[in-house]
Ligand binder design. Sequence first.
Ligand code: NAD
Length: 344
Amino acid sequence: MKIAFFDTKPYDKPSFDRCGALHGITFKYFETKLNEDTVDLAKGFDGVCVFVNDTVNAAVIDRLCEQGVKVIALRCAGFNNVDVKHAFGKIHVLRVPAYSPYAVAEHAIAMLLTSIRRIHKAYIRTRDFNFSLSGMTGFDLHGKTVGVIGTGRIGRVFIDICRGFGMKVLAYDKYPAKDLKTDENLQYVSLDQIFEQSDIISLHCPLTEETYHLIDETSLEKCKRGVVIINTSRGALVDAEALLAGIKSRKVGAACLDVYEEESDFFFEDFSGHILEDDVLARLISMPNVIVTSHQAFLTEEALENIAETTVNNLVELSETNQCPNELCYRKGKAEDCTAGKCF
Ligand code: NAD
């Protein structure tokens, strides 16, 4: 089986080559992202392998089908960049539902600790032999209230870590988990209660029409002064301009952003020699209480290995049985159920 691999980074190749070789799958690596301009590169391949910032809209799907491509293998969990409804019945769409929830949850915690304990500032200071502690006062996590939005695989790991710190955990999920509902150390509350009562809010839900700009001017108004916002999920969950305004007005005490609404224009690439065109991103990065990482939360050795293994297994299973449990919409099998997030 021949697969065209888009948006390739050097760290992708070793694990995919290793896992592919075990099952007779060869990958042709393209650095470019998949979109309407690059889709013809997929001609002659059995499938494409794509990541979070590739564009898999209706036009791209139609062109892939015209070229005889049979499968789109997402090497990620989120699928908001895929027009799943349009793909239904035309082309298989596979994903990697879980690869390491620990990678993402631990990164969220790393960003939280970095921001509130000013580790990013201390690192720069001590490298310059500046051992002053002025402006470095943080706060204890112990006893603070954290609001977790989305209690799926990553949210659960994040909750476990927060409990280790002795934090009070509030949670909101559109589909609360039965086992967590009866958990004495966790309280499911409404979104408004999350906003009103949390010292720290961490987002772990998918991006859907419903969750688009979940954090915006209105929700930030309801929040406690000094609230810390962590987003390791998808950029468009947060209205970046509203967040910036919240930081300027001191309503937001810190922001930890691994994702950004317009990240596909910048993230994963080196812009160090360029003028950054996005004023909102540039202003956010300039803030002393904002930590930005470029969609790095998934990037651990364990996660890369799991991503490659599951992607290859998905392709093998589909080719051998014409079915795959990690196929989007496989469970319900009706196009009208294919709105992202609904079928799972
Ligand atoms: P998951 O499917 O296990 O959990 C998502 C949870 O969100 C579910 O419990 C679901 O019921 C809930 N949910 C759905 N709609 C909701 C809504 N409207 N409001 C509140 N909750 C809602 O997914 P996961 O593996 O925990 O991943 C969560 C998100 O993390 C993914 O959607 C993806 O966008 C993001 N992610 C980011 C990275 C990264 O590197 N930064 C890596 C992997 C995943």
